[in-house]
Design a binder for this molecule. Structure first.
Ligand code: PA5
Length: 444
């Protein structure tokens, strides 16, 4: 994996990134020594190198049970208990795989991440007569969106497949002791995996939260962890600042922020990376958006969104910078065919790979956006596979921890997420919210 900061650095004062080294080193030490805010949530920091072969084997064996017994597997979870798994699975999956007649892998579907009644009704209808299983993921075990979907899915699974089979194809990923998901798993005798106490949701993709669904979808979790492990080494505190990719990324984005660049747009040129962007937005949004501070993380899928958001990025308010995720080599091969009649005028592309066109779109866009006053960072990976995605995940996680401390916030809490829940529970008359209920009714 490579990081190119040149087209962002040119927007900063000369030598600014190098001069920032002492602050970045201090933030890295705070992280490494566990002396900063939120230090009880640092379990992710050395997670890749501490994952045992036995743990991976247990995950793979459970995934195999689901694979053998299910044509569809529902991953029920939201936020950090959802986005990482989906990001990796979609990045690695055949875009049309689930439409193929012969399924090699179970179809992966996501629920518990919204409260859309139509969505749940349509899911229920789709699952009718299907051999399906459920991975129920919730650290707290009480998240309403997930619990609601799981209640419906559990019933449907038991009704359609019988209690005994349901017990085999429902797996819980939750806290070791507390929460309704744990109570249900223990009472029903589901296979379950533990989310470590010291790993927050958005940093949990390399725990069973991500690893179990990813293995169930048919992907190599050993390679994913190996990539993350390599990045753990490459971004370690002893690695020189100028070579430390996470330190450099954290440094540049904070310097740009201090210079008035309040929004970071993560960009991809591969539609499969759409959910990597969603995962990244949660990682950075929840970690940094607090105390009245924080870069607003946004994302676009190019070249699709060049035809919608391109105008704003080129000429709108100059408070943005872009970080482009570039995949050097596609996994498949498509060449533009020659056409004798050339009615579409595309013969100038004949014989070129589609990816060459995509790469020129990428380069042309970078030049245009830099000309338009948009600093550009570029993160590139050689290809889309488990190993490089593992690298990407850890690179962003480590940079997020450093970046949060540079910004002066606790990157590992999310107090703001509770505000809507309190109101929703009060409005729904949840037991225990009587006072809030009265107060909120008075405001309506
Ligand atoms: O990052 C976080 O902590 C959140 O996004 C949570 O993952 C999300 O709210 C889901 O919580 P839980 O896993 O407890 O159901």
């Amino acid at each position: 994996m490579k990081l190119n900061i040149a087209k962002a650095e040119q927007f900063l004062k000369e030598g600014a990134v190098a001069a920032y080294e002492p602050q970045v080193k201090a933030a890295m030490e705070t992280l490494e020594q566990g002396t900063g805010a939120g230090n009880d949530f640092l379990g992710w920091l050395h997670l890749p190198s501490s994952i045992s072969a036995e743990h991976l084997a247990d995950l793979k064996a459970t995934a195999q049970v689901l694979r053998e017994n299910c044509e569809v597997v529902i991953v029920a979870g939201i936020g950090g208990s959802y986005l990482g798994a989906r990001a990796v699975i979609e990045a690695l999956s055949d875009s049309f795989g689930w439409l193929h007649e012969k399924q090699e892998n179970p179809i992966m579907i996501y629920a518990g991440n919204n409260i859309g009644e139509d969505y749940l009704a349509e899911l229920t209808a789709y699952l009718k007569n299907k051999k399906f299983g459920v991975i129920n993921i919730s650290k707290s075990g009480t998240t309403t969106e997930t619990a609601l979907a799981f209640r419906l899915l559990k019933k449907q699974c038991e009704d359609q497949r019988g209690k005994e089979m349901a017990r085999k194809v429902i797996v819980a990923v939750t806290d070791a002791k507390k929460g309704a998901a744990r109570v249900t798993a223990d009472k029903e005798g589901y296979k379950s995996f533990i989310i470590p106490d010291n790993v927050g949701g958005r940093f949990s993709v390399l725990t069973p939260v991500g690893l179990l669904p990813i293995a169930t979808a048919g992907f190599d979790i050993e390679q994913l962890v190996a990539g993350a492990c390599q990045m753990e080494k490459d971004t370690a505190i002893g690695v020189p600042y100028a070579e430390n990719l996470s330190a450099q990324y954290a440094a540049v984005r904070n310097l740009l922020y201090a210079d008035g660049k309040k929004m970071e747009i993560l960009v991809n040129y591969q539609p499969k990376l759409h959910y990597m962007m969603e995962w990244w937005k949660q990682l950075y949004g929840e970690s940094e958006g607090k105390d009245g501070k924080g870069i607003f993380p946004a994302s676009v899928d190019f070249s699709t969104d060049l035809h919608s958001m391109g105008q704003w990025i080129q000429e709108g308010e100059r408070t943005i910078f872009e970080t482009v995720i570039s995949v050097e080599k596609p996994n498949k091969y498509v060449e533009v065919p020659a056409d004798e009649e050339n009615l579409d005028g595309l013969n100038f592309l004949a014989g070129k790979r589609v990816d060459e066109v995509n790469k020129m779109a990428e380069l042309g866009t970078q030049l245009a956006h830099v000309d338009g006053g948009v600093p550009n960072l570029r993160v590139s990976i050689p290809e889309l596979n488990e190993y490089y995605i593992g690298q990407l995940i850890y690179f962003f996680e480590k940079a997020c921890g450093i970046s949060g401390y540079l910004l002066g916030v606790n990157p590992f809490n999310q107090p703001g997420v509770e505000a809507y829940k309190k109101n929703m529970f009060a409005l729904l008359n949840k037991p225990g919210y009587e006072e809030e209920s009265k107060a909120i009714q008075a405001r309506l």
